[in-house]
Design a protein. Sequence first.
Length: 147
Amino acid sequence: MTLELQPINLAEACVFIDRHHRHHPPPVGHKFSVAVNDGEKIVGVATIGRPVARMNDDCFTLEVTRCCTDGTKNTASMLYGAAWRASKALGYRRLITYTLAEEPGTSLKAAGWRLIGKTKGGSWSRRGRPRVDVSPIGQKHLWEPEG
C-alpha cells in the first residue's frame, strides 16, 4: 500500500474527524487542511489553523488543531511532516500542536518533532467568559518540529 498526500477542504476534513477522532469534535475553522489516502480512500486528515491559546497567536505561528487517522500505519507522521512543510512554504516560522499527557507522541517523534513543554491543563471557562468543556481538560504536552 502506498500512502499519498492530497488536498481536502474543511467540510470533508470535519466529516472524517467526526467519525474517527477519539476525544475532540471537528474544528470550527482553519487556515488549511491536508489528507492522506491509500489509493482508495482517505485514511487521515490534519487541520492547521491559528493557535488556540491567544498568547501563541503572533501572526507567525500556526497550530495543528486536529490530526486524525483511521489507524493506518505512518499516516499521522506523514500528516505532521506535510503540515510543517506547507506552513514554512506559506511563510510561517513556527508550528505547534498539543497531545494529551498520556499519549506518547510516537508519530510526532517520527516526523521530527520535539516535546518543548507541558501545560497545567484545566478548563477554558472563566467567570467573565463561561464555557462548556467538551474536550479533555487535563495536562497537555506541547510539541514543535525541529528545524
